[in-house]
Design a protein. Structure first.
Length: 298
């Protein structure tokens, strides 16, 4: 997938400038800034939002305001390094997911680090999964999706279900997933100067907040090291200009090693979770994602 080089460079400058609006060494200020930005860029008159709680976990259904598919649903795990983010901030992705697939999307606010480090987020994700099963969905009716740290959470949720001997979801969708907290991938060096979103300083703080003192090769922390035997079909999108590029490329190799059906789309000139942005490349990427979902839901 390609985009004009000049356009890409201009977009990355704009994205970097926008990203500085939410960056802050104070995690509470960063969370507040994200919420303010989400209020500006994520509203849509074509969408419906139903807010509720699952055992104290704030959650919402996102759906299109028209007749749409009810059989399948998408369970979405938001990104934010495990220390920021919310379902409101994720609406720039969940709106597109619901609109493109005509499926309902369930998004939720798992507990955040450093107040609630590993395994709090995973525990909350399992509770949300259990809620879907309780209200009548089958495991095969659910596609689990996530971006960045939410991609990590999507993978570890499915691992936990597998460990518990439960039926796994129909598929997994990952946008720039953070899969390796050991930072072994070469892109941490090769892309450090051009990534407009992430920095090594940001990544290191997120690791300390979420998994300080933990074994970073634990597959429930770094799912790259998991045994993926029996995993459902998985679709990955990643941008060329992100320091987490290797996390996606190495995950694809690892999944293939365990004979998992996996598709990876690599977007030239793009950055970390570019799907959040309101321009054509993001919508085109969502169309590609929808094709994958429709294919596995046949």
């Amino acid at each position: 997938m390609e985009i004009n080089l000049k356009s890409s460079q201009s977009l990355m400058k704009a994205i970097k400038k926008m990203h500085t609006l939410v960056e802050s060494p104070d995690v509470e200020k960063q969370r507040a800034s994200q919420e303010n930005i989400s209020g500006i860029f994520s509203k849509s008159k074509d969408m419906k939002y139903e807010n509720f709680e699952i055992e104290g976990i704030p959650a919402e259904w996102v759906s299109v305001d028209r007749r749409h598919m009810k059989k399948y649903v998408i369970l979405y795990c938001h990104g934010g390094g495990y220390n920021t983010g919310s379902f409101r901030y994720a609406r720039s992705v969940t709106n597109k997911l619901a609109s493109t697939t005509s499926m309902d999307v369930l998004s939720f606010d798992y507990r955040l680090a450093p107040e609630c480090p590993y395994p709090a987020a995973l525990e909350d994700a399992v509770k949300v999964w259990d809620h879907l099963m309780h209200v009548g969905y089958g495991a095969r009716d659910v596609i689990v999706a996530g971006d960045s740290a939410g991609g990590n959470l999507a993978l570890t949720l499915v691992q936990k279900l597998k460990e518990q001997g439960r039926i796994l979801p129909r598929g997994i969708i990952l946008f720039s997933p953070w899969t390796d907290l050991t930072k072994s991938g070469r892109s941490h060096e090769l892309k450090a100067e051009i990534d407009p979103i992430l920095s090594e300083e940001y990544i290191d703080k997120a690791i300390r907040d979420y998994a300080d003192g933990q074994d970073l090769r634990n597959p429930f922390i770094s799912p790259l090291f998991a045994d993926f035997t029996g995993f459902p079909p998985t679709y990955i999108q990643v941008g060329e200009n992100e320091i987490l590029l290797s996390d996606s490329l190495n995950l694809q190799k690892r999944l293939r090693k365990f004979h998992v059906q996996v598709q990876l789309d690599y977007y030239s000139g793009m950055w970390h979770v570019f799907q959040m942005s309101p321009f054509k490349a993001a919508y085109d990427a969502m169309d590609q994602m929808a094709e994958f979902i429709f294919d596995i839901c046949r």
